[in-house]
Design a protein around this ligand. Structure first.
Ligand code: GDD
Ligand code: MN
Length: 381
């Protein structure tokens, strides 16, 4: 097909090609080994897209299977232009792929959807239509408003994780996600003009979150959708993707210097000194070591608090009374300690990890969580 450019050159060289993608919508579909889905997706899109909505389909592909070839074949009798941007290096994962696609699009709208048919194709014109009608910059297909549901999210474990992640994320970004009931959705339409591509640092699956937090679209609308069963194959999400999500949250929350997070870590480490000193004093004064541990931990917490107040968040102290800050800080620091034990148990019992790496991983995880929570709950208005 003439419309199809299928490129294997390094990414920089390829960015001249998308100039051909004019029209009103670029439909960006990230693919990683979806050879069993892409033909059916194109078929259903062909039925769903009306003639009056010029739409170019752009697959951004990181596959190691024959997905690009299958797309090429299926594209031959598709009513709209179809292209594949194949990346040799899957930088940024799903989110990185979508941003590559956005950079190459110069249409009024971009729509992002998964290739596995969990996102109903017939909603593509509806998302754009809702944006045109309301003037919104961003239209999110949501599972969590009336008429939507997550029928295709298999298993109570995945549902619990998804719910927890949504709750945590909404809590960390109350303003940026104010109008978005489903910030984890991977199905949405956004005006190209509302995207500042240079500001984006995508990391993994949550590209909508990335766009909502870093680009701050002015108006947001939502359309309900029912999350379907996967058509073919399996989800590409892994436990490693979960870790990437935590790193993404931390990076979004401390959008200002990453130095802040490093400083937070160093100060936390220095807290061992007063902690151990207090432990030595208390046990030598005759206190049992268990209560002494608890009291001594507070010495470390206090030390950390004073340093973090003066060195890291000097500019953000006005939002709360100091007693409020110290209380919240101490609560988070002790919760960190409590959370670590069950986390280690999960890593060992559920994922079969050794105790030492499990402990290191738990330390890193609770550290990232505590940093994000401290910034959000102690030092933000
Ligand atoms: N290019 C590229 N690179 N595409 C990828 C990559 C990658 O590294 N990883 C996954 N994809 C593609 C898949 O091929 C698929 O088209 C789409 O991204 C979604 O991947 P799935 O593996 O099907 O994700 P999921 O079903 O577990 O998660 C979906 O639903 C979640 C809500 O429960 C995604 O839409 C998530 O973003 C969403 O949060
Ligand atoms: Mn899926």
């Amino acid at each position: 097909s003439e419309d199809l450019w299928h490129l294997h050159a390094p990414i920089d060289a390829e960015l001249t090609a998308p100039k051909t993608l004019t029209g009103s919508v670029t439909l960006i579909v990230p693919t990683f080994n979806e050879s069993g889905n892409v033909a059916e997706l194109l078929h259903r899109l062909g039925d769903a897209l009306p003639d009056h909505l010029p739409c170019a389909v752009l697959f951004v592909d990181d596959s190691t299977d024959d997905t690009p070839a299958v797309i090429e074949k299926a594209a031959a009798d598709h009513p709209f232009p179809v292209s594949v941007l194949h990346r040799e290096v899957a930088e940024g994962g799903l989110g990185g792929a979508v941003v590559e696609g956005i950079k190459g699009a110069d249409t009024d709208w971009i729509v992002v959807m998964d290739a596995d048919l969990q996102h109903p194709p017939h909603l593509v014109p509806e998302l754009v239509g809702e944006g045109e009608r309301t003037g919104a910059d961003l239209v999110v297909a949501s599972r969590y408003i009336a008429g939507g549901s997550r029928a295709g999210l298999a298993g109570s474990y995945r549902i619990a994780v998804s719910r927890g992640a949504t709750w945590l994320t909404k809590g960390l970004f109350p303003r940026a996600l104010g109008g978005i009931s489903d910030p984890m959705s991977g199905f949405f339409a956004m005006r190209r003009s509302a995207v500042t591509a240079e500001a984006l640092k995508p990391l993994g699956y949550k590209i909508l979150l990335e766009l909502a937090v870093r680009c701050r679209p002015r108006e947001v609308a939502e359309v309900p959708f029912v999350f379907q069963e996967r058509f073919s194959g399996e989800s590409k999400s892994t436990a490693r993707e979960g870790m990437r999500f935590l790193a993404h949250l931390a990076s979004l929350r401390s959008a200002t210097p990453p130095a802040r997070m490093i400083g937070f870590g160093l100060i936390g480490f220095s807290g061992f000194v007063p902690n151990l000193a207090a432990l030595w004093l208390l046990t030598h004064a005759g206190m049992h070591y268990l209560p002494a541990e608890i009291v001594a931990n507070q010495a470390g917490v206090l030390w950390n608090f004073v340093l973090i107040e003066t060195l890291l968040f000097r500019d953000r102290r006005r939002h709360r009374h100091w007693a409020d800050r110290v209380g919240r800080f101490a609560l988070l620091a002790n919760a960190d300690l409590l959370l670590r034990i069950p986390l280690i148990a999960v890593f060992v019992a559920r994922f079969g990890m050794e105790v030492l790496p499990a402990t290191a991983l738990a330390l890193v995880t609770t550290f990232v969580l505590r940093f994000a929570a401290t910034e959000a709950l102690v030092y933000l208005p």
